[in-house]
Design a binder for this molecule. Structure first.
Ligand code: PMP
Length: 404
């Protein structure tokens, strides 16, 4: 079980009375994470990987230790497989720009992707003459459930990469990534998982998923903005060209040549976000102390409560599958009201923060929901059943007073 009361003490911003239901966009940051970052800035501020003095040595040790913590969190075999990046978007772009594409290669993705795992592949198509195949969910499409059988129809021996979200940031639906990865590997294709909405909320194991690349952002899991990680399966490290090279990435340099260092250093050019990465390490420890299974169960509980209550409201249309198939994300619309107006009304009238708009997934919004946007409520470790009650009653009031 998860002790929400105890957890809430670590988030003093909640004492102001806000109800934060926008963690899928970015989570709040707990005090222990802030303290760990401040410790770096106050007590051992120095650059990493370069200095011999004690501050630099301590900063390097703490920074490098986070690679190990990420590896442990996602079940990677070694620290060499973990590259620190600014966010999920950078991780995905690193793979897109770094793989050795040839004309005629195929990328298979889906229509429920976030733009960060979609337009990236359209650009590879435009630059490298690669084909992009976009799989749609099975009926009813509004649930967003992807069927491995549909992937089996389009993945062939020319497929170089299957790029898929683990969890949709709009519908909250969990994708059967393991089954799809198996099909991809039968054809020698690599599998990239956008784990921005899964790693913060459930136990994710790259061996179980069977992926070759996996990217996630720290800011959605109690860590500071500007921190995140990309997993690259050990055997593929030499298949990916670093996005940037320069200081910190070299094994040796001559006047007319250079040799890159081992992974992960070769991928982490320049001075990294040392404080942010150390904060990510603290956030991982924080979440692991609570337990990823407990977090998943808590969110499932809250999203079920929200789903059942909102589904009963006249004038409210809830999107996505039954709670069993989703994490703590719930999109909806209130009759003919603009989603931004609903979000604003929730904030102004009841201090409730939600996201509104297309959620960086326009192909999904337009062709699956048939709407330019929606309101999205998302929960995390600090949310309570009382907050969900208040949220639902405020949506009801908005529907009764503002909607036609
Ligand atoms: N993919 C998904 C599924 C997301 O939800 C997000 C964030 N909304 C991203 C990618 C991009 O994450 P970031 O902005 O941290 O790069």
């Amino acid at each position: 079980m998860l002790d929400v009361r105890q957890i809430r003490n670590d988030f003093p911003i909640l004492d102001t009375g806000i109800i934060y239901l926008d963690s899928a966009a970015s989570s709040l940051t707990p005090e222990p994470v802030l303290e760990t970052m401040l410790e770096f800035y106050r007590q051992y501020r120095g650059n990493v990987g370069r200095g011999i003095h004690r501050l630099s040595v301590k900063a390097s040790e703490e920074y490098e230790r986070v690679h190990g913590k990420v590896a442990d969190l996602i079940g990677a075999k070694s620290r060499a497989e973990i590259v620190m990046v600014r966010n999920t978007t950078e991780g995905i772009n690193l793979v897109a720009c770094g793989l050795k594409w040839k004309k005629g290669d195929k990328v298979v993705t889906s229509i429920i992707e976030h733009h960060s795992n979609f337009i990236v592949w359209l650009r590879v198509r435009d630059r490298r003459g690669v084909h992009v195949e976009v799989v749609r969910p099975k009926a009813p499409v509004e649930d967003g459930i992807l069927d491995p059988a549909d992937f089996a129809k389009v993945i062939d021996d020319s497929t170089k990469l299957v790029a898929l979200t683990h969890v949709s940031n709009v519908l909250g639906v969990v994708t059967p990534v393991r089954e799809i990865a198996e099909i991809a590997h039968e054809h020698g294709a690599y599998v990239l998982i956008d784990a921005a909405q899964s790693v913060p909320h459930m136990k994710v194991d790259v061996q179980r998923v069977g992926c070759d690349f996996l990217a996630f952002s720290g800011h959605k899991m109690c860590a500071p903005t500007g921190s995140g990680a990309l997993y690259i399966r050990e055997e593929l490290i030499d298949e990916v060209e670093p996005l940037c090279i320069g200081g910190g990435t070299i094994g040796d340099v001559e006047f007319d040549s250079y040799k890159l260092d081992e992974s992960p250093r070769r991928f982490e050019a320049g001075t990294p976000d040392i404080g942010g990465t150390i904060g990510l390490g603290a956030a991982i420890e924080y979440l692991q102390r609570i337990g990823m299974e407990n977090i998943e169960r808590h969110e499932k509980d809250l999203v079920s409560q929200m789903y059942e209550a909102l589904s009963e409201l006249p004038k409210v249309e809830v999107y996505g599958p039954e709670p069993e198939r989703r994490v703590g994300i719930l999109p909806f619309n209130v009759s003919d009201l603009n989603p931004h107006d609903v979000a604003l009304a929730l904030d102004v009238s009841a201090d409730i923060m939600v996201r509104s708009g297309h959620h960086c997934a326009l192909p999904l919004s337009k062709s699956i929901l048939g709407k330019p946007g929606s309101v999205r409520a998302s929960v995390y470790i600090y949310n309570t059943r009382e907050e969900i009650n208040k949220f639902v009653s405020t949506v009801k009031e908005i529907a009764e007073t503002l909607a036609k």
